[in-house]
Design a protein around this ligand. Sequence first.
Ligand code: NAD
Ligand code: WQD
Length: 684
Amino acid sequence: MSEYILVTGGAGYIGSHTVIELINNGYKVVVVDNLCNSSYDAIARVEFITKQKVDFFDVDLRDLESLNKVFDKFPIKGVIHFAALKAVGESTKIPLAYYDNNIGGTITLLTAMQKHEVKTIVFSSSATVYGDATRFENMIPIPEHCPNDPTNPYGKTKFMIEHILKDIYGADNQWQTAILRYFNPIGAHPSGLLGEDPLGIPNNLLPYLAQVAIGRREKLSIFGNDYDSHDGTPIRDYIHVVDLAKGHIAALNYLKNLNGGLYREWNLGTGNGSTVFDVYHAFCKAVGKELPYEVVGRRGGDVLNLTANATRANTELKWEAKLTIEDACKDLWKWTTENPFGFNIDNYEWKVFSDDKEDYRNRLHTVKYDNFEVSFANRGAIIQKIVKNGINVVCGFDEPSRYIEKSNPFFGTTVGRVANRIGHSKFELNGKTYTLESNESSNTLHGGLDGYDKQYFFGPVAKQFKKDDKIINTFEFNYVDKDGHNGFPGDVECTIKYTVDDSSVAIEFVGEHLKDSPVEETIINLTNHSYFNISNTKSTDGTVIKAITNKQLEVNDELLPTGKFVPTHTDITKPTTLSADCAFDYCFVVDGNGSGIDTRDSELKQVIEATHPNSNIKFIAETTDPSFQLYTGIGINTPGFEPRSGFCIENARFVDAINHKEWANQVIVKKGQSYGSKVKYSFV
Ligand code: NAD
Ligand code: WQD
């Protein structure tokens, strides 16, 4: 199945969870969202979780022209329509904005759908359309036939949109319309990567309570304990957002199996009511402590009981909520502790890093400290810039197109699947010979013609935390390299995690040979190819380096290791000044015994330091790897830079390890195993 579903409001809370379920169920997804109450980071995280591209357009639903362009571009089969303003209290203050956005946006959407003959829609309605169902006898739990009487402008927009959709169906009964009336969605994605990120003071119970738990709010106000329930607080039907998201797939599948059109409403709830105190206790349990609260007066507009009768959805859609309030509280707490400020990180910003401003695949992510700034981009999961004390200390391009040029000497990029050389572009694994394409005389260099430097990594998952009073930012990118791609066997998920503080960038490299890969073994060797320059000029000449080792892998005329270790021409364990006459392109041996496949638990070892008389910056490189290639950039030949504009410290396994029996275990990764290593660059 490769049907495109347009998701309006797909960057929002329920929308982002639904996009994941759509992808998990084989749908292709296009998201339209003006980000008025959300962040593109939610989409980046959806891609990171699903490892699938999500086409995204920053479009206001009321902009018919832009919307039509999206419909022109994709063969859209159906729409899930989340986009709306949704705060009940706010809607009573700015009703016109609610009618304009929610109803105006829906009319534009339906106009575009009509033009493109897309007649399938799943609409996010709400239990709020019922108003106070306790005004009738026998209407709790609330069935779909309960009369509607919304009590606020927000609820009225939902009510009116339902009627608009009903009238459209009345005029053309080819339309397939599913009205989903949600009860109280709660919780977050179990990965801890997605959740609700309310702007300002949260209105809803659990988002407020979560902010109390992490210390952003003093205490919870409980709005009345004089209702007719077991503990005096009102009763609601709280439903885990992942269950709710799955309800949309059930509705789409139901519509797909119909012969003709339909207009029908379904409640999405659990069918169980819980009081405010029930939820409070469940969340305190997840947090592991009692949270402060105070019972205050009733909130205007609240009613005693809003519990769904979900039988219609259970029987017709064959869907039911499976997760509990406890599950939701646990997932919400994970999301909250791992993202205390939601998607919003103070010292971090991003912009599209492509000549096509709608191409969100490549973005530039910048984190800023007082005297330190680092930028990463998705293509190649590169380090594009590191600025220390106002000095740019790595080579990089400001124009994204420059990275695609042939003359780019791997500036700042992640290198894989196998860094450095594979001799004669051949290796043997499990009795099978693999032949790669050669891209450097008869060898394969840095992963070959379509290496990781050319791939668009998903993410980053950007997070921030405090450690010993230091603010730490992490940025995690991932990319799945499929069996056979570029000649390599096995499915590998490569994850590059950058950790930045006020003076360093550390990288964790992971290559997981996936469990259901078609082969038993593959080879991996990952590194980063940043060119450092602390001279504050275009040349690194005059840089003084000092390394932990003077031992290098001896190479033959084809630049392939002979298997021997030899001392290098200049003893770099002593301070050595780089120049045209003192240049290097050798693999230096930190540990002659090599290493296992995952070195992440080993201690970071300082392997090299560098200073330059022009700056007072000291550069230090530490790694867990058994070797590093020191390359002083003699071959740089790209406009704006010159030979020796930067030097590289490529931490990695021994060059061509796979073709040396005694080294091969450094790079062979069995199915289910992970390759791992770390490097840290400090500027002090
Ligand atoms: P949300 O605010 O997180 O998501 C709504 C998304 O729509 C946001 O990303 C926002 O930026 C976008 N949006 C709003 N107006 C837009 C416009 N004019 N053009 C383009 N994008 C626009 O809210 P949510 O909780 O995910 O709710 C999703 C839907 O479910 C809404 O329709 C809401 O009314 C409905 N709903 C929510 C709840 C709830 O408690 N969360 C309950 C019942 C129904
Ligand atoms: C739940 C219970 C409060 C906050 C709203 C919309 C509804 C739907 C879902 C969109 C109530 C109590 C809350 C607090 C509290 N949204 N509470 N202290 O009002 O049931 O439903 O969200 O369609 O339309 O009205 O949800 O989370 O605000 O409240 O005591 O700080 O928690 O009184 O009993 P509600 P809620």
